[in-house]
Write a protein that binds this ligand. Structure first.
Ligand code: AMP
Ligand code: MG
Length: 413
C-alpha cells in the first residue's frame, strides 16, 4: 500500500491538490462542501472558471480569495452576471463553512511508519487528536508486541499455559477476531504461528534452511484450537506449554481501526490511518468521493503503474513479500508461513483485501495468501462486504484474480 514515509510528526496544513487550477477547483469544491450539498447549482460550480467569467465583483464576496492567481481578468456580461448573482446568492449564504485544511502526521509504530491524514479547520484540535491516536497505537504496541519482553502478549505466552490468564479487552478482542479468521480460513491464518516465525527469523539471520527436527517441533506447537478463550472471565488459556502467539498479521490492522475510531469520536470524520500496509479510511476528503489508495503489487513497474482504489468508510490491506522474505539456497521464502507445511510461501505474490475493518483486511490478506487462489476467492465471496484482488507470479509472467465486488480499474479486472 502506498504509505509515504514522511518526516516524523510534523503537521502539514496545506490544501491537498497542487497547481493553481487544481487547487482552485479543490477550494471551490473542497473548502465549501456545504455549498455543493445545499446548492442546487453544484454542477455549475464544478466548472468554476466558467462561473467566474460572469460573476460581478460584488457577487464574489466570500469567493474572491479562491480566484486562481495569474488568471486573465474575467470578461463579464452585466445581464448574465446579475442572473448568476441572484441564483448564487442564497448558496453563498450557506457557503460560510469553516476552512478545511489537510493535515498529515506520521510516527514510527509497531516496527513501521504509521500515518494519519485528516481534514480540519482547527489545527490545534487536529494535532491533539492525532497525538491521542498515536498514543493509542503505542498502548496497543505495548499489549501486542512480541519484541517487547514485558508486553501483555509475552506475559501471556510465559504464564498462560499454567492457568487461564486474565487479559485486557484489547487483547481479548484481537484474539477473538484472530480465531474467527482461523476458522474461516481452516487454519491458513493462525496466531499460534509464533514458534515457526521465530525459526524462520533465525534462518534469515543464519542464512540457512531450518532443519527438519526443528521444523517438526515448532509445527507441533502451532494450532489455534489450543487457544482457549473464556468470554465471561476474559481469560486466555494456552493448552500446550511452549506455544507462542504472533499478532504480526492482524495487530497493525487492529491498531488502524482503533486510531480511526478515536479520530472519528473527536469529530474528525474525514480521516485516513495508514499503519504500514494496512489502511483504514473514514468519510471522503472534502469534494471527493473517496480516498485514493495506491496498491503495492509485485507486477507494478514501468508501463504498469500501481493501480489505485477510491475508498471511503472502509479498510484495505495488501499482504505480500515484496520487502520481507528469506533467501536460502537460491530460493525465496516469504515471511508469511503456511502453518500446514511450516514453510514460508514461495514465489512473488500479493493479496489485497477490502472490507469494513482493517483488522479483517489485515488478517484475511494473510490468510488468502496462504490458501489456494480458488478457495480464497470463494471465501471472500462468501463474506459480506469483502473483496479480494490477487497477483501471482507464474513463470516469467503474472496472473491476476479478483473476486466479485472488487472495484474495476486494476489490471485484469
Ligand atoms: P502480513 O504482512 O500482514 O501478511 O503479516 C505477516 C506476519 O504475520 C509475519 O511477519 C508473521 O509475523 C505473521 N504470520 C506469518 N504467517 C502467518 C500465518 N499463516 N498466520 C498468521 N500470522 C502469520
Ligand atoms: Mg496481514
Amino acid at each position: 500500500m502506498n504509505s509515504t514515509n514522511d518526516t516524523c510528526c510534523e503537521a502539514s496544513g496545506s490544501p491537498a491538490p497542487s497547481g493553481p487550477m487544481r487547487s482552485f477547483r479543490f477550494l471551490i469544491r473542497g473548502l465549501h462542501p456545504r455549498l455543493l450539498t445545499v446548492c442546487p447549482f453544484g454542477a455549475i460550480l464544478s466548472r468554476p472558471m466558467w462561473v467566474f467569467r460572469y460573476l460581478p465583483v460584488g457577487c464574489t464576496h466570500g469567493y474572491s480569495r479562491l480566484a486562481p492567481s495569474g488568471h486573465p481578468a474575467p470578461r463579464r456580461s452585466p445581464l448574465l452576471s446579475l442572473a448568476f448573482c441572484l441564483i448564487l446568492l442564497p448558496c453563498g449564504l450557506f457557503a460560510r463553512g469553516p476552512l478545511l485544511k489537510r493535515h498529515e502526521y506520521s510516527l514510527p509504530r509497531m516496527g513501521t511508519i504509521f500515518r494519519i491524514e485528516l481534514y480540519s479547520a482547527d489545527e490545534a484540535a487536529a494535532s491533539k487528536a492525532a497525538e491521542a491516536a498515536f498514543a493509542r497505537a503505542e498502548e496497543l504496541e505495548q499489549i501486542m508486541s512480541n519484541y517487547r519482553e514485558d508486553s501483555e502478549l509475552m506475559r501471556l505466552a510465559r504464564e498462560g499455559a499454567s492457568a487461564p490468564f486474565p487479559v485486557s479487552s484489547d487483547l481479548y478482542d484481537v484474539l477473538s477476531k484472530s480465531i474467527r479468521i482461523s476458522e474461516l480460513s481452516r487454519g491458513a491464518f493462525d496466531v499460534t504461528v509464533g514458534p515457526l516465525v521465530e525459526l524462520w527469523r533465525k534462518a534469515r539471520t543464519m542464512g540457512r534452511f531450518p532443519d527438519a527436527s526443528e521444523l517438526a517441533q515448532a509445527k507441533a506447537l502451532v494450532d489455534c484450537r489450543n487457544l482457549e478463550l473464556d468470554a465471561t472471565r476474559r481469560t486466555v488459556f494456552l493448552k500446550r506449554a511452549g506455544m507462542k502467539l504472533d499478532l504480526g498479521a492482524i495487530g497493525k490492522g487492529y491498531a488502524a481501526d482503533q486510531m480511526l475510531t478515536l479520530l472519528q469520536s473527536r469529530g474528525f470524520r474525514q480521516a485516513m490511518v495508514v499503519a504500514g500496509g494496512e489502511v483504514a479510511v473514514g468519510a471522503p476528503p472534502p469534494g471527493e468521493t473517496g480516498w485514493r489508495v495506491a496498491l503495492e503489487t509485485p507486477d507494478a513497474g514501468p508501463g504498469n503503474p500501481p493501480c489505485t482504489l477510491l475508498l471511503h468508510d472502509a479498510a484495505v490491506s495488501t499482504s505480500g513479500d515484496s520487502k520481507q522474505f528469506v533467501e536460502v539456497n537460491g530460493k525465496r521464502y516469504s515471511h508469511v508461513i503456511d502453518p500446514s507445511t511450516g514453510l514460508g510461501l514461495e514465489g512473488a505474490a500479493s493479496t489485497t483485501v477490502i472490507a469494513k475493518e482493517a483488522a479483517t483486511t489485515d488478517a484475511l490478506g494473510t490468510a488468502l495468501s496462504v490458501m489456494p487462489v480458488a478457495d480464497g476467492i470463494r471465501l471472500a465471496e462468501s463474506l459480506s462486504g469483502v473483496a479480494v484482488y490477487m497477483v501471482r507470479q507464474v513463470g516469467n509472467g503474472w496472473k491476476r484474480y479478483a473476486s466479485r465486488g472488487f472495484p474495476a480499474g486494476c489490471p485484469g479486472r
